[in-house]
Ligand binder design. Structure first.
Ligand SMILES: NC(=O)c1ccc[n+]([C@@H]2O[C@H](COP(=O)([O-])OP(=O)(O)OC[C@H]3O[C@@H](n4cnc5c(N)ncnc54)[C@H](OP(=O)(O)O)[C@@H]3O)[C@@H](O)[C@H]2O)c1
Length: 434
């Protein structure tokens, strides 16, 4: 068999890890691919001290790699959605298969990229785009291909999980832990993508598309980050037997699909509640297999390279087979994806944790329970936490039964309007994942 020629664009965290892994496990990887895999060219503007490129041809122009007639597979590891999109489209125009770790690119331009790749009989693989080293794309798309997926829920951003774990374990403030995460290199200098949930949203769009065979560009996602979370909510949740996790949730219901990213209370008895630090996990509930959980490192140079190299092996092994035998990028061919209604967050049904500050005097709690009853919301638990003696307000914490979010919003507005309630009502969605 002739060797398969790989061109790697971008020599940052993932690019350097990929070069290192391809070199370190070269014989093993080639035997698994059933052909020699050679790094034919690297596109990088500078050296990376974490990786030895001696003897490898490095060019500054990544587009030269995308157009290099010798190359079979172009590996896009530059990140972003503008140059990366042009690079991938250029590689496809030049007849190359593509491997990418870029979730933003797939979430935002995946339909265009997959449609073009399918029309040209080329493969685009993206295992590393979701949950880094965890083989969740293949797990979901191929391992569970016989199942109807009911729901999936994932910790798919290590930075937010690290911050929440520290807030829960040590009672620390969000901003304080964020500074440590930045110092440790878990969070970017501009952490917006992570802490506002945008990175998780990109990954969830990909998972939801795979789970329900819906087009990526029709998924309207509700996204809420962790910046407003208070240590006291994490601590009250813990007293009530829950952990607070930043989850991406996708669920198929009779009305359509829910696709949402937000802080969530999950029972401590649930496996995903124990996933701490920078680790990732995705739970999937499916009709035949029941519940499964995929767990492991969601980022980092070597773990992400593990997924990139797995894709290179896959492409190298299958690219000479008939295209009809290839696994389509999103599990079914692009033309067979079907749009489903994506529910507005107001229409989702879940339980809620609520916290607010109310005057500590008779009759206040009964006015609140009346508002909840008027909105047909059952209360599962209500607790009142005394403040210091000088404080005339107490913290009231309520756990509701499953209710429609629009009903909860109505009740929240009425509670906030009470003269006996100070400031706003904080609420967090609760999922039992059973
Ligand atoms: N890091 C992770 O753990 C991880 C995990 C999963 C997925 N990913 C995804 O993997 C991709 C790469 O991430 P990363 O962490 O490796 O990023 P990174 O460390 O910032 O590396 C990106 C590299 O691409 C280079 N680059 C960007 N534009 C270029 C251009 N026009 N020409 C030549 N080189 C260019 C940059 O070079 P300069 O230094 O010269 O700018 C940099 O070396 C992203 O899509 C990311 O979302 C990362």
């Amino acid at each position: 068999m002739r060797p398969v020629h790989v061109g790697i664009c971008g020599l940052g965290t993932v690019g350097s890890g990929t070069v290192n892994l391809l070199q370190r496990n070269s014989a093993l990887i080639s035997s698994r691919a059933n052909c020699d895999i050679t790094i034919t060219q690297i596109g990088a503007r500078r050296d990376n001290p974490n990786c030895d490129t001696a003897g490898l041809p490095v060019v500054a122009d990544i587009f030269a790699v995308a157009k290099n007639p010798e190359i079979d597979i172009v590996v896009e590891l530059i990140g972003g959605t503008t140059v990366a999109r042009d690079l991938v489209m250029t590689a496809l125009e030049h007849g190359k298969h593509v491997v990418t770790a870029n979730k933003a690119l797939i979430a935002e331009h995946g339909m265009e990229i997959f449609a073009y790749a399918e029309s040209r009989n080329l493969i685009v693989a993206f295992e590393a785009a979701v949950a880094g080293g965890i083989p969740i794309i293949k797990g979901l798309r191929e391992g569970l291909s016989g199942n109807r997926i009911n729901w999936l829920a994932g910790i798919i951003n290590g930075t937010t999980n690290f911050i929440l774990s520290e807030m829960a374990g040590k009672g620390r403030e969000f901003s304080d832990v964020l500074k440590e995460a930045q110092a440790k290199g878990y969070a970017e200098a501009d952490p917006t993508f992570d802490v506002e949930g945008i990175d998780a949203a990109h990954k969830l769009v990909i998972l939801a598309s795979l789970a329900f065979a819906i087009p990526l560009d029709t998924i309207n996602i509700f996204t809420d980050g962790i910046t407003k979370l208070q240590p006291q909510d994490v601590s009250y949740a813990s007293e009530l037997g829950y952990a607070v996790k930043h989850l991406g949730i996708a669920r198929q219901t009779a009305e359509g699909v829910e696709v949402r990213v937000h802080p969530t209370l999950v029972p401590k008895s649930c496996l995903i509640a124990d996933v701490d630090g920078v680790l990732n996990a995705v739970m999937i509930s499916a009709d035949a297999v029941g519940k499964t959980m995929f767990y492991g490192p969601g980022a980092g140079s070597a773990p992400t390279a593990s997924s990139v190299v797995a894709d290179i092996v896959d492409v190298a092994r299958t690219m000479n087979n008939a295209p009809e035998s290839w696994v389509p990028a999103l599990g079914v061919n692009v033309n067979n994806l079907k749009k489903l209604p994506v529910l507005d967050i107001q229409d989702i049904e879940t339980s809620f944790y609520m916290r607010f500050s109310a005057l500590d005097k008779p009759g206040v709690l009964s006015s609140i329970t009346k508002i909840m009853a008027d909105a047909s919301i059952s209360i599962e638990a209500i607790i009142q936490r005394e403040q210091p003696a000088t404080e005339e307000y107490v913290n009231v914490i309520i756990l509701t039964s499953v209710t429609r979010e629009s009903a909860l919003d109505e009740a929240v507005a009425r509670i906030e309007a009470l003269a006996t309630v100070r400031d706003s009502v904080n609420f967090i969605r609760v999922e039992h994942l059973d």
